[in-house]
Design a protein. Structure first.
Length: 338
């Protein structure tokens, strides 16, 4: 070993000691250089073999080797012991950061927010009602006779004390009209509950967006125009047509089911619309005079339309989700896509 090599080794050992990440690592450095089988043996060997005229230089280099490494170890040890980090860990601030992924909105939330902002732009405000309803608001005031099949305990969740989990968002219409005078222009997004067996398109817990517009001379044409505007904005499409099929709901007369021309094929027929060219968005109709009466409105003075849309249905169509259960299982890989 040459003289310069001893000094180089001294420098290497001292810098290794200075970057040891913990006390165990520091001990390894000490053993590697100053330990019984460490590099110090090479240094002492070189000192012993050195010719007489350079013995003194080698002796001094060997001393520097021992003292400087020892000092570097002491210094690092003090730093590690006093540092606050776990086991004196070192933070390399030059490393690139680790991306953990940002939070995202659930597709149901996303759709409700989008729909709400469109209806707001049309002059609707948002109304709310309780999930836990009474029979009056969920059925009676909505002109639903006592023997109507939807009231059956095999379809509706009843609780002790006569309350029930609302089967639709329509009771919000009643609660709003009970406390507010016309004109009324509200939407009510919210959860609904039915005793349905889970399958690819049914869930016992789902969401609806209810709409209610009451004023003088509101007509079915207003309903058609408003829903057409809504779908156009929701789908971001210029050319959307609406059609209405006759239907029955106890709380509207006439009642309709509303379809819009398929946003994928523009009505020509494709897989998304099951080759019919039309996609259903919900039930609707003109508010039945009996409903107005139950809320204290005069059906001779006002008319109104109401609609109820299924949020899960819309989300599945809009995002191409094949199974409603995907919306509730909360798999991160599914949710990340929205
Ligand atoms: N409440 C109805 C349902 O759940 C939908 C609806 C709302 C129909 C408003 C007409 C008017 O199926």
């Amino acid at each position: 070993m040459k003289l310069e090599e001893i000094d180089t080794l001294t420098g290497t050992a001292a810098s290794e000691a200075a970057v040891a990440v913990d006390l165990a690592g520091l001990e390894e450095v000490r053993i590697r250089y100053l330990g019984r089988n460490g590099r110090i043996n090479d240094v002492m060997e070189a000192l012993k073999a050195a010719p007489r005229e350079t013995k003194k230089d080698f002796g001094q280099a060997a001393n520097r080797f021992k003292q400087q490494i020892q000092a570097a170890i002491e210094e690092r040890k003090a730093a590690l012991e006093s540092s606050a980090g776990p086991a004196g860990s070192m933070v390399d601030t030059s490393l690139p950061g680790a991306w953990r992924g940002g939070g995202k909105l659930h597709p149901i939330t996303l759709l409700i927010q989008r729909a709400t902002s469109i209806f707001r732009s049309m002059g609707f405000t948002v109304a709310e009602g309780p999930d836990l309803e009474d029979e009056f608001h969920n059925f009676d005031a909505l002109n639903t006779p006592a023997n109507h099949p939807s009231r059956d305990p095999s379809d509706t969740f009843y609780l002790d004390g006569g309350l029930l989990l609302r089967t639709h968002t329509s009771p919000v219409q009643i609660r709003y009209m009970e406390t507010q005078q016309p004109p009324v222009r509200i939407i009510a997004p919210g959860r609904c509950y039915r005793r349905d067996t889970m399958d690819a398109t049914h869930s016992a817990n789902f969401h609806q967006i209810e709409g209610l517009y009451v004023d003088r001379d509101v007509s079915l044409a207003n309903l058609k125009g408003d829903l057409e505007y809504f779908v156009r904005k929701l789908m971001n499409l210029e050319d959307v047509r609406i059609r209405m099929r006759p239907h029955f709901f106890p709380f509207t007369e006439p009642s309709v089911e509303v379809d819009y021309s398929c946003h994928v094929c523009q009505g020509k027929g494709c897989r998304v619309c099951k080759h019919s060219g039309w996609i259903e968005i919900g039930g609707a109709g003109m508010v039945d005079p009996n409903v107005f009466q139950a809320c204290g409105y005069d059906p001779e003075q006002v008319t109104g339309y109401a609609f109820g849309m299924g949020v899960e249905r819309m989300a599945m169509i809009l995002f191409g989700i094949p199974d409603i259960r995907l919306l509730y299982e909360n798999h991160v890989r599914f949710l990340q896509q929205f």
